[in-house]
Design a binder for this molecule. Structure first.
Ligand code: DC
Length: 237
């Protein structure tokens, strides 16, 4: 189940939220999808929103240090998530153009990390993210889901993994897609993004005080999902 294009008017504060935060390539996306599927809940991929702002900025030739233009862009982002039932995936349209593939590139992730450090951008995306909170519940993945966007989440998870393990996972993902990358290059990029995401002043990447931290370096995806599932059972009753 996927929340597509929610509106503010249907925003329900009563729906429970599980937040899954963590650094780049810590497995948040996959884990979030699998857990949400088991629960039958909606998903918020908050990184995609920052990626979309970065893509839109490039498209309109807006520099990443032009805070005012970026704020306007983020506030009026023309985006649609269309569920392709046959392919079983979500197609992302930015200003009517299919950007699903472009959105997942390393360049776009890096650009996203830059626009995400602009406080005005974060502010402009806040309500849009909260509007994904719909019954029966939401699994939200990002950097500040538990600290800023959904501080009242019923369960907060902070996933970590060593930089080497994260680079290895990302390498395999990108290699499968036929995209040319090197381990050294990925390690450098991951270190740079980690530093930017952790050290920025606006909503830095830190675990919420009440988050449960899980190091997934030595764990398979199914093991992580099973552990989170047990935590959910305990919390949700
Ligand atoms: O999760 P991701 O790789 O798609 O995120 C891309 C970038 O967006 C990430 O490097 C930092 C930023 N981001 C953020 O600052 N806050 C979020 N909640 C999600 C992503």
């Amino acid at each position: 189940m996927h929340a597509t294009n929610p509106t503010k008017s249907s925003h329900s504060a009563a729906a429970p939220v599980i937040t899954i935060d963590g650094p780049t390539a810590s497995g948040k996306g996959t884990i979030t999808r699998l857990l949400a599927r088991r629960l039958g809940w909606h998903i918020l991929d908050s990184g995609a929103l920052y990626r979309l702002v970065a893509l839109a900025a490039r498209k309109h030739s807006i520099p990443f240090d032009d805070d005012d233009s970026l704020r306007t862009l983020a506030a009026h982002l023309d985006v649609e998530f269309v569920v392709d039932e046959d392919a079983g995936e979500v197609v992302t349209l930015l200003e009517g153009e299919d950007v699903t593939q472009e959105l997942r590139t390393e360049t776009c992730g890096n650009d996203a990390s830059k626009v995400a450090s602009v406080p005005a951008v974060r502010e402009a995306l806040l309500e849009r993210q909260r509007a994904f909170r719909q019954p029966p519940g939401l699994v939200a993945d990002g950097r500040d889901m538990g600290t800023v966007v959904f501080p009242d989440a019923v369960l907060k998870i902070f996933l970590t993994a060593s930089a080497e393990e994260r680079a290895r996972r990302r390498y395999n993902q990108l290699k499968d897609k036929g995209l040319g990358v090197t381990m050294r290059g990925l390690l450098d990029e991951i270190a740079e993004r980690d530093a930017r995401d952790r050290e920025r002043s606006a909503s830095p990447l830190v675990p919420a005080e009440d988050a449960i931290q899980l190091d997934t370096s030595e764990l398979g995806i199914d093991e992580v999902v099973d552990r989170l599932w047990s935590l959910c059972q305990a919390r949700l009753g």
